[in-house]
Design a protein around this ligand. Sequence first.
Ligand SMILES: *Cc1c(COP(=O)(O)O)cnc(C)c1O
Length: 346
Amino acid sequence: MQLSRFPRRRYTDGPTPLEPLPRLSDHLGGPAIWVKRDDLTGLAFGGNKTRKLEFLVADALAQGADTLLTTGAVQSNHCRLTAAAAAKEGLACRLLLEERVPGSYDPDASGNNFLFGLLGVERVEVVPGGTDLNARLAGMAEELAAEGRNAYVVPGGGSNALGSLGYVACARELQQQAFELGVAFDEVVVASGSGGTHSGLLAGLLGLGAGLPVAGVSVRASQAAQEAKILAHARETAALIGAPAAVEPEDVVVFDDYVGEGYSYPTEAMVEATELFARLEGIVLDPVYTGKAAAGLIDLVRKGRYERTADVLFLHTGGAPGLFAALEAFRGRLGSTHYFADTGGR
Ligand SMILES: *Cc1c(COP(=O)(O)O)cnc(C)c1O
């Protein structure tokens, strides 16, 4: 499992912090909860896609690409980080945004949408939910080829086997940090969306024989669908790295109880989790992924999934810029603080 065989760009200086969350742990009455701060990776505001892009953009450069094409939802963190990587590498960037929630696209929206423009995205195409995104990305690449350009298609969420290598690398990093801290973690809890993070981590930890299970909190798909996706992705990733251990269905754990009405729709539990992390630990989550994953973590703790003496690791995958496009979910909850005051019509 020599990751150095794969070309890689470096966007983060050293390992991300791995910190205890003593006030949150106390508040919940144990186990010890820890966080790995992958919200502090490099590129514009960081997040899990930065690790995947290290391998994907290296591949794009090796293929002589001059443009990165990718796709995501209207407030996609992945699109923001792909645009940032393109800017850093001197490549052009075009985005295909899927309006998963009807009417959710607002060209003037804040959050990641604002950053697309700031980061110099050349063109944003918006399509309705359910569009065949891979077909359209291929079409966009052909259109650019006809102009003599060379586009590289980064898959949605950066989630193919190559992108997942970013989380195989994270598995190694995490194992080394756990060793240095002298902590034997009992489980990692992570948001599970397009799946590259969950499956890369799983393939990496199994390949290392780490004996550390991963629980994914789905942000969109049903348990059965997400487990099938993670199993397939983890196997592809394991094959790419030549991992000695096979990935078995029982290694794949997904909870789908925290999605709410659907992808990106706020939930009460997400708001509570986001407030708890902010007020007890000064850590900002996001409304679409980490807020729901943390809601899952908190609920699993409350339901007694872990011994009081256990050590549970929450992987913070980033996304906080999306909070600034989701203020409505928090309105009226923050007492007299004026950060969320009503600005409508003023
Ligand atoms: C994309 C994303 C995820 C989900 O990661 P996948 O690899 O797509 O499953 C989690 N958190 C944040 C903040 C994200 O942007």
